[in-house]
Design a protein around this ligand. Structure first.
Ligand SMILES: *Cc1c(COP(=O)(O)O)cnc(C)c1O
Length: 421
């Protein structure tokens, strides 16, 4: 621990809630250097939907490395990239009727978001992006500009502009019809809103508090975008790759975004990889206009293709995630009822779930008490008011039950010292 405190920047974050040194990791468990196991219900913020060191993905990776296949190739053509693209087309795009071009924008989620915003601005010739309250899209300047969190925004050090923020689904508790404000601004030439290039949205806000947009709301947003010729960007970096059940979080709503971002679990193994997908006619990039050294990290493409073959060749994985999600939601519902004095309620979809507390500080305490009992949980939301569950989608029912048992104990311990508001 001393080494980290002496040498690693104060910017380090998650480690402050988990003051141990991790070493091994298998499936739904990570182990600290003393060998103590932790059940991992954070899964790399959704980067490990298939668990840690998934054995089948690991085999494909090891074989690739052992055979001296190419690891780094900028954006030169490689066999691994061809296989990834063909697998992605066959397993993900074609069955869903999606005719997207694929861009490899760089290794991280924020690279995918930056590329999406740049492309939307270039294609439309407009600069304003509409974002939503409590949205989260990454830490680079463009992505940060469309992110809500004031602490993170404060880190920019320069104005974050060309953005107009609108209420996410249910932000106003149903007091006004959906999109009344946005439609009014778009219709009024005196409103002061420059015509936007695009709207960027998460179907379920991961960092913002596990806020779920209803299918109806997403459809209305999609219709509005079409009506006003504004591009629709769905940021599926955290909720994609099956987190909500279906491969894409927007499938349930039956919409086709113009641009989609993926990262986190797309490599399937926790290796850095990101994609920006867009409708064919939007592909107005000049060669090399959006560049980057790490756009051809072949090991990630190898595990990514293998993950698609293993988990997405039919609908069974999505069905299993939805069933597990219902089971987790039911159990969280019991906890919410037990702690209704503290304003506890359940949020989420699929295996992105949260137990929100209206009373300040409780969710943070639930996470801390969970850690003490061997469960990794994070909090989410602007005030850290949600204890967030993102278990690996491969977690067994026994593991889910074990984690939920720990969480139920942790919640009892967390409210014990607090007085109902
Ligand atoms: C994590 C995340 C990002 C940013 O990804 P990084 O890899 O951290 O840059 C963007 N959007 C959403 C929805 C995310 O969850």
């Amino acid at each position: 621990m001393e080494t980290f405190q002496r040498l690693e920047s104060e910017v380090r974050g998650y480690c402050r809630n988990w003051p141990v040194v991790f070493d091994r990791a298998v499936g739904s468990h990570v182990y600290d250097e003393t060998g103590k196991p932790y059940l991992d219900f954070f899964a790399g913020a959704g980067s490990l939907n298939y668990g840690h060191n998934n054995p089948e993905l690991k085999t494909s990776l090891i074989e690739y490395l052992t055979d001296d296949r190419i690891v780094h190739s900028l954006d030169a053509y490689s066999v691994a990239k061809r296989e990834f693209l063909e697998t992605f087309e066959q397993i993900v795009l074609k069955p869903r009727g999606l005719d997207y071009k694929v861009q490899f924008p760089g290794p991280a989620g924020n690279n995918a978001v930056e590329a999406a915003l740049k492309l939307a601005r270039k294609y439309t010739g407009r600069s304003t992006i509409v974002n939503f309250t409590n949205g989260f899209h990454g830490m680079t300047l463009g992505a940060l500009a469309v992110t809500g969190n004031s602490m993170k925004r404060g880190g920019a050090g320069v104005p974050l502009d060309h953005v107009a923020t609108m209420p996410f689904d249910n932000y106003l508790d149903g007091r006004t019809p959906d999109f009344l404000w946005l439609r009014s601004l778009l219709d009024d030439s005196g409103s002061g809103l420059d015509k936007p290039a695009a709207v960027i949205v998460e179907a379920v806000q991961g960092e913002g508090g596990i806020n779920v947009a209803s299918a109806q709301w997403l459809r209305e947003l999609s219709d509005l975008c079409r009506e006003y010729e504004i591009l629709l960007i769905v940021d599926d970096i955290q909720m994609g790759c099956g987190r909500t059940g279906d491969f894409f979080s927007f499938e349930e709503a039956g919409i086709t975004p113009d641009i989609v971002t993926l990262s986190k679990s797309i490599s399937g193994y926790g290796l850095p990889m990101a994609l920006t997908l867009f409708k064919r006619e939007l592909d107005v990039w000049e060669p090399g206009e959006h560049n980057g050294t790490f756009r051809g990290f072949n090991p990630a493409m190898v595990t990514g293709a293998e993950a698609l073959r293993r988990f997405w060749s039919d609908d069974s994985f999505a069905a299993s995630t939805k069933a597990k999600g219902d089971m987790v939601a039911a159990r969280l519902g019991e906890m919410a009822a037990e702690h209704s004095d503290f304003g506890a309620h359940v949020r989420g979809r699929g295996l992105a779930r949260g137990l929100a507390f209206e009373q300040d500080g409780i969710a943070k305490k639930v996470a801390a008490e969970s850690f003490d009992r061997g469960l990794l949980l994070e909090t989410s939301g602007p005030e850290d008011e949600v204890a967030k569950l993102l278990p690996p989608l491969t977690a067994t029912e026994e593991e889910l039950t074990a984690g939920l048992d720990i969480m139920a104990d942790a919640a009892r311990a967390a409210v014990k010292v607090a007085q109902p508001a």
